[in-house]
Write a protein that binds this ligand. Structure first.
Ligand code: GLP
Length: 260
């Protein structure tokens, strides 16, 4: 796990975009894993800027979203399919047919989860997965207690997550209780994982998953088992880390050719 502490979200967005740009230049038909929430927005802004101003090309890329609410009608502005479209894929030249989301409206949700797993595998797996982290340490919607080897499935949200996400809805009563999410095992299969976190409200979760034990109580801690996980955080999110100085030292002295 590489922890990189940066001054703010603009720098985080740029560094994550550098990694995605390098991947696309080397593999134009790369498979991107997309996350929702506020954390990835600076990355999507930067990628769309590079597309518009520098011609960064997504025409052959594919994308899979991490998760989706259950039961929001198709086209609901807060369904993650819509959020991903609005915040990112409509702003670059990725083919909409190549952008996939778990289906939260399927009659047979379990079958839809299996189909999603199959679709990721048939596409060759995710090359680079963008992640945020919840205040309880969830990634995707893998709430505390999620199996560390789980695959795409239905989960029930913890009340705190519904409260955290209520800001996107008219009221907390509109936040669904159930979701479909890639599992922790699914996320671990991605070849490179970049997790982004900013703000003091994430400091405890960051401390727990970076320096605490690998345990289902903090789902993101499973990333300690990933061979190529990059954690991009600002000073506030890094404020509870014991080894912050070491992470800074390691990054400052990293040969530039290594990339992320
Ligand atoms: C939601 C999403 C997660 C995201 C989390 C944090 O619960 N399912 O993928 O990481 O929110 O969101 P934010 O980045 O807005 O703090």
């Amino acid at each position: 796990m590489e922890v990189v502490i940066l001054p703010g979200s603009r720098q985080i967005g740029r560094l994550a975009a550098d990694a995605i740009e390098a991947l696309l230049r080397q593999k134009p038909d790369a498979v991107l894993g997309l996350a929702t929430g506020s954390s990835p927005l600076p990355v999507y802004d930067e990628l769309s800027r590079r597309h518009l101003e520098e011609g960064l090309d997504f025409s052959r890329a594919h994308a899979f979203a991490l998760d989706e609410y259950v039961g929001l009608e198709p086209g609901h502005p807060e369904s993650y399919r819509e959020v991903i479209r609005r915040e990112f894929t409509d702003r670059v030249n990725i083919d909409p047919a190549n952008v996939h989301s778990p289906d939260g409206t399927a009659e047979d949700l379990q079958a839809a989860c299996q189909e999603y797993e199959d679709a990721i595998r048939e596409r060759g797996g995710v090359d680079l997965q963008i992640l945020g982290v919840g205040t309880d340490g969830h990634i995707g919607f893998n709430e505390p207690g999620s199996s560390l080897v789980s695959r795409t499935r239905i989960k029930t949200l913890i009340e705190q997550t519904r409260k955290d996400n209520a800001r996107f809805f008219r009221s907390i009563d509109d936040v669904p209780h159930h979701v479909v999410t890639q599992g922790l095992g699914t996320i671990l299969d991605a070849r490179h994982v970049i997790l982004l976190a900013t703000g003091a409200q994430k400091a405890q979760a960051v401390r727990d998953f970076v320096e605490g034990p690998v345990a289902a109580i903090c789902a993101a801690s499973v990333l300690q088992l990933h061979p190529h996980a990059t954690i991009l955080i600002d000073e506030a999110a890094a404020s509870s880390l014991r080894l912050a100085d070491y992470y800074r030292h390691a990054f400052e002295n990293k040969p530039k050719w290594q990339g992320l």
